[in-house]
Design a protein around this ligand. Structure first.
Ligand SMILES: NCc1[nH]cc(CCC(=O)O)c1CC(=O)O
Length: 317
C-alpha cells in the first residue's frame, strides 16, 4: 500500500501524538509520513494575535487540518479529541479512537502540593472557561491570568512567576514526560474533565461518502481499514457518550461544562457538570448504566437531566 500521510499541528504534544500513531501503523507494516500544519489555534497563541470577529472558538485547532484532508494532501488527521467540534463533516469519519491516557486535570505548582494549600488569592494560569468555573467553585478567592501557548510555554511562564499554578490535562504532561510537575490529579467528580479529554481522534476521509471527487476511493478504503485497527471500543464508547452530552448542551469547547464516562465494575458510569461562568452555581450528575445501553442514550440522558435542573440558564450566565 502507498504511504499514509499524517497531518499534525506542530506543537510538541501534537507531534508526540502523531509519532505515537505513526509508530503503531509502521508496526503493522505501513509506510508513514508526518506533515506539520499550522492552525488558527496555533496563530492565536502568538503574542499580539487579534481574534477575528465571528470566530467562535469551535475547531480552531482542527480546521486547516481538515482542509488538507478534504484536498487529499494528507490521509489521516491525528487530533486531541477534545479539540474536535461535535459535528463531523460527512466527508470525514473517525476511523479510530485509541486507548485513552489519564483524562484528569492536573494541578501544577512548585511550592504548593495541592489546590487547598495555595495561598489566598492565588493566581492560576488558564484561559479555559470550564477550569475557571470549576476552580472558583472550589476556591472562590482564586485569581486568573490569561496564559496561552503549548504545554512547555505555559510551564516556562509558571517558572518565571507569571502565575502561581497551572491546571493542565494530565494526558499532555504524562506524554511529554513532565509527570513530575503534576502535584495533584483532580478527582473526576470534583473537577470533571472536558468531553474527550485525554483521548485521540483519528480522522480519515469517509470511504462511504460519494463526494470524494478525484481522490482514489480504493486507497481511501484501505487507509480507513488500516487506521480502524487502532480503535479501542471502550474509549470510543466513553467519548461518544461525552460528546453526545456536549452536543445536547449546544457544543463548543468554550462552555463551562465537564463530562466523563468510564467503566466501573463492568458497568458504565458517567459524570457531568454544568456551571455558571463565575462558579457560584453548579448542577451535576453521576449515573450508572447497564452494558447494553447506547453511548448516545447515556450522554443525552445526562444532558436532559441537567437541563431540567437549569443547566442552560447557568450557561447563559
Ligand atoms: N485545548 C488544548 C489542549 N488540547 C488537548 C490538550 C491536552 C491533551 C488531551 O486532553 O488530550 C490540551 C492542553 C490542555 O488542556 O492541557
Amino acid at each position: 500500500m502507498t504511504t499514509i500521510r499524517i497531518g499534525s499541528r506542530g506543537s510538541q504534544l501534537a507531534l508526540w501524538q502523531a509519532n505515537h500513531i505513526a509508530a503503531q501503523l509502521r508496526n503493522a507494516g505501513h509506510a508513514v509520513e508526518i506533515e506539520v500544519i499550522r492552525t488558527t489555534g496555533d496563530r492565536m497563541q502568538q503574542p499580539g494575535f487579534v481574534v477575528p470577529a465571528g470566530l467562535d472558538g469551535k475547531g480552531v485547532f482542527t480546521k486547516e487540518i481538515e482542509e488538507a484532508l478534504a484536498a487529499g494532501r494528507i490521509d489521516l488527521a491525528v487530533h486531541s479529541y477534545k479539540d474536535l467540534p461535535t459535528a463531523i463533516d460527512p466527508r470525514f469519519t473517525i476511523a479510530a479512537v485509541p486507548p485513552r491516557a489519564d483524562a484528569r486535570d492536573a494541578f501544577v505548582c512548585e511550592p504548593y502540593w495541592a489546590l487547598h494549600t495555595l495561598p489566598y488569592n492565588g493566581r492560576i494560569g488558564t484561559t479555559s472557561p470550564r477550569r475557571r468555573a470549576q476552580l472558583l467553585a472550589l476556591r472562590p478567592d482564586l485569581q486568573f491570568v490569561e496564559l496561552r501557548g503549548n504545554v512547555d510555554t505555559r510551564l516556562a511562564k509558571l517558572d518565571k512567576g507569571e502565575c502561581d499554578a497551572l491546571v493542565l490535562a494530565c494526558a499532555g504532561l504524562d506524554r511529554l514526560e513532565r509527570a513530575e510537575s503534576v502535584h495533584q490529579r483532580f478527582d473526576i467528580e470534583e473537577l470533571t474533565p472536558a468531553p474527550g479529554q485525554g483521548a485521540l481522534a483519528l480522522e480519515t476521509r469517509n470511504p462511504k461518502h460519494p463526494l470524494t471527487g478525484d481522490i482514489d476511493a480504493g486507497r481511501d478504503a484501505e487507509i480507513f481499514a488500516a487506521v480502524s485497527k487502532l480503535d479501542d471500543w471502550e474509549t470510543r464508547f466513553c467519548t461518544d457518550a461525552e460528546r453526545a452530552f456536549l452536543a445536547a448542551m449546544g457544543g463548543g469547547c468554550e462552555l463551562p461544562l465537564g463530562a466523563h464516562c468510564l467503566v466501573e465494575s463492568g458497568r458504565w458510569r458517567m459524570f457531568a457538570q454544568v456551571l455558571s461562568p463565575d462558579g457560584e452555581q453548579m448542577v451535576q450528575v453521576s449515573t450508572e448504566a447497564s452494558p447494553s445501553d447506547q453511548a448516545e442514550t447515556i450522554g443525552e440522558w445526562c444532558a436532559k437531566h441537567l437541563k431540567e435542573r437549569g443547566a442552560l440558564e447557568l450557561l447563559a450566565g
